[in-house]
Design a protein around this ligand. Structure first.
Ligand code: HEM
Ligand SMILES: N[C@@H](CC(=O)c1ccccc1NC=O)C(=O)O
Length: 277
């Protein structure tokens, strides 16, 4: 009979008494001890892991968005492209995750929904930070965090910085002078569509040879918003499938609130220009 294979004979390390192991490097003890269920229903574990993994991907999305924005500000546009591509892939990952959650029926969910109290994704500070970073800025969204001043400070800090779109518009303004009200708008508010911005982006799309970098930047942003829209759509569809038109635990109208959010445009002129090309 052949002996079972022993990888240590081929050099695999088996002793981690004073060495960094896989679990040490990844802090797996903290990570895998954070799935605290509040009921003994079967699907609560799925619900928690779905949200925790989404929050982890959002953490990376924030990291990549910050880096992409810094590169663009620094004129390192090509480097920013790599991060923007990765950002879209992260959203793709978040989008695929809905397929797992969709297996949870209304009966499965109502078994533990009461345990959630008034908690809701509406209070996700990382999600709000991503919205703020990309340019969807609404100071009213700071309020659910008022019991955590450090989170309010983090979000306020974000509102004081130019958004991803602001930085793209600064890059655009190097080739097409843009009005002061566009370049020096109040940063804590959402950018409002402006005809001069649309005219400039339209010119980029009409003469791609001359403006190739800006054209590529525009398409990376459209890609990103496309994936983000799919996330919103997957969310609202899953919510309707699971709770119908009930009010949300966070207190909003639920599906009606989420449908309203489907109308958000992060990079409006990049969508509007397509009609006139
Ligand atoms: C069965 C699953 C889910 C249901 C029934 C659900 C339901 C809702 C509802 C009703 C809202 C509106 C706010 C409220 O009044 O509560 C909301 C908001 C939100 N949910 Fe979910 N959700 C689910 C899964 C998820 C997942 C997996 C995530 C991923 C992190 C998520 C993230 C969010 C975020 C970020 C918001 C705020 C959206 C915004 O302000 O535009 N939700 N959810
Ligand atoms: N708003 C949801 C609850 C909910 O989905 C939720 C609750 C706690 C932690 C994350 C959640 N996910 C997304 O909103 C509901 O009304 O059922």
């Amino acid at each position: 009979m052949t002996q079972p294979y022993d990888p240590s004979k081929d050099g695999a390390e088996m002793n981690f008494k004073d060495r960094m192991s896989y679990g040490d490097y990844l802090s797996l003890d903290s990570l895998l001890n954070a799935q605290n269920t509040w009921t003994d229903t079967h699907d609560e574990m799925l619900f928690i892991i779905q949200h925790q993994t989404s929050e982890l991907w959002m953490r990376l999305a924030i990291h990549e968005t910050n880096a992409a924005r810094a590169c663009l500000l620094d004129g390192k546009t090509r480097q920013a492209f790599k991060m923007l591509s990765r950002l879209s892939r992260i959203f793709e990952q978040l989008n695929s995750a809905w397929d797992v959650l969709r297996t949870m029926t209304p009966s499965d969910y109502t078994a533990f929904r009461d345990a959630l109290g008034q908690s809701s994704g509406f209070q996700s500070h990382q999600y709000r930070q991503i919205e703020f970073m990309l340019g969807n800025r609404n100071q009213a969204m700071l309020k659910p965090h008022s019991h955590r001043p450090e989170l309010v400070a983090l979000l306020e800090d974000e509102l004081a910085q130019p958004s991803m779109y602001d930085v793209a518009l600064r890059a655009l303004s190097q080739s097409f002078p843009l009005p002061d009200e566009v370049l020096n708008r109040p940063l804590s508010e959402t950018h409002q569509p402006h005809p001069a911005v649309q005219a400039a982006w339209s010119e980029v799309y009409r003469d791609t040879e001359t403006h190739w970098e800006l054209y590529e930047l525009a398409e990376k942003l459209v890609d990103l918003e496309d994936y983000f829209r799919r996330w919103r759509f997957n969310h609202v569809t899953t919510v309707e499938r699971v709770i119908g038109f009930k009010r949300g635990t966070g207190g909003t109208g639920g599906v009606s609130y989420l449908k309203r959010m489907l109308a958000v445009e992060l990079f409006p002129e990049l969508w509007h220009l397509r009609t006139e090309l």
